[in-house]
Design a protein around this ligand. Structure first.
Ligand SMILES: *Cc1c(COP(=O)(O)O)cnc(C)c1O
Length: 394
């Protein structure tokens, strides 16, 4: 077994880029001041937090005073969904969402339903997309909020958030989007999307773990999350995690300035990978396009995904069963079930998510590893009838 590892789980998390780490380091030591203090040490930190806020705002087309720092994407989603719904509860108690949201949204909605809100979950088609028509016909007079993810974390599908937000706006309904998978992978602009709030998380785009942001359009009300100090307009108290916030700012600036290059590279890698998969008749891609450039979810009929994951891991290749968040549980993916896959097909599905450090050699080696593993795992040899014509020199 070679020591070389091929990491294909960038949708779960990415390594923190060395340039990002470098920019963070002084804020653990020399520049340790509390960003709320008035002396020089404090001013140094607040300047760093301000710069990060400007970078996040610039990256998504927002104003700096529309950016709130949080501890992660989950916190941003929890806060937006619950905080906005509760701030507008007197207007109505109906919320529209989708069947394929991240648990950070689904669990927040569950909490709201326990508090008297009514939630409609829009279905998706077999390609993994919510339809604009379905969304429009589900909008009601008492609908206060629509929460719809921009890009799905399991299959990578990019949802028609812009079209749905335009319809919502015409009806006075607020729109939140979980853009945690999208930011740093595809262009994201809050004005173009027409959303009222948006979540992002640094560790999905080569920033540190444990820091995220919430965009909240000026004028939109939200209930405070952490009660205490006056940080984040007194809506989210707590001493700033300056090193992490600095890391978020650097990471998002870097991600946006290298976006096109990264997109082209990942698209090319994914295309080669999908081409190579056609040598395996048991392999079928789950989900259609538009999709994130680096994410591809594949079903290997006749194979248990957990067996495939551990066999690949032993060959030095890291993949995921779908979402990192639910991989420890035995629950089948709610996303793939919503797309109409059977439980058995869900249990045969694996997510590959490429990142900027992956190479063509990684794709070739993964296809070669898949071939030998599938030969072992798939009982019926005829599933490989066509694989003699394979060519991995992609
Ligand atoms: C990763 C992810 C989250 C959660 O972000 P954390 O920073 O890990 O809490 C939320 N939504 C989506 C779509 C994600 O991919």
């Amino acid at each position: 077994m070679s020591a070389r590892r091929i990491y294909l789980d960038h949708a779960a998390t990415t390594p923190t880029h060395p340039e990002v780490v470098k920019e963070m380091l002084p804020y653990f030591s020399d520049r340790f001041g509390n960003a709320s203090s008035l002396h020089r040490e404090g001013r140094e930190s607040v300047a760093a937090v301000d710069l990060a806020r400007e970078r996040v705002a610039a990256a998504i087309g927002a104003a700096p005073n529309e950016i709130y720092f949080t501890s992660c994407g989950t916190e941003s989603d929890n806060w937006a969904v619950q905080g906005i719904a509760e701030a507008y509860a007197e207007k109505g108690k109906h919320i529209l969402s989708s069947a394929i949201e991240h648990p950070a949204v689904l669990q927040a909605l569950k909490r709201l339903s326990e508090r008297g809100f009514e939630i409609t979950y829009l279905p998706v088609n077999d390609q993994g997309f919510v339809s604009v028509e379905d969304a429009v016909s589900a909008m009601r007079k008492d609908t206060v909020l629509i929460t719809l993810m921009l890009a799905n974390n399991e299959v990578g599908t990019v949802q028609p958030v812009k079209e749905i937000a335009a319809e919502a706006k015409a009806r006075g309904i607020l729109v939140h989007t979980d853009a945690v998978q999208a930011v740093g992978s595809i262009p994201v602009n809050v004005k173009e999307l027409g959303v009222d709030s948006l979540s992002l998380s640094a560790h999905k785009f080569y920033g540190p773990k444990g820091v995220g942001a919430l965009y909240l359009r000026n004028g939109v009300k939200i209930k405070g999350l952490l009660l205490g100090g006056e940080q984040e307009r007194s809506l989210r108290g707590g001493t700033y995690n300056t090193p992490a916030i600095v890391g978020l700012g650097k990471a998002i600036e870097r991600a946006v300035s290298t976006l096109e290059e990264k997109q082209n590279k990942l698209l090319a890698l994914k295309e080669k990978f999908v081409q190579g998969l056609s040598a395996f008749p048991c392999a079928k891609v789950n989900g259609g396009s538009p999709a994130l450039p680096g994410t591809v979810n594949v079903r290997f009929d006749g194979v248990k995904n957990a067996d495939l994951l551990s066999a690949l891991d032993m060959e030095g290749i890291a993949v995921s069963l779908g979402s990192a968040c639910s991989s420890g549980s035995v629950e089948p993916s709610h996303v793939l079930l919503a797309m109409g896959l059977t439980k058995q097909q869900v249990a045969s599905s694996v997510r590959f998510s490429f990142g900027e450090e992956n190479t063509l050699a990684d794709v070739q080696d993964t296809l070669a590893a898949l071939e030998s593993i599938l030969r072992r795992l798939v009982k019926t040899q005829d599933l490989f009838a066509q694989s003699k014509q394979k060519n991995y020199n992609v």
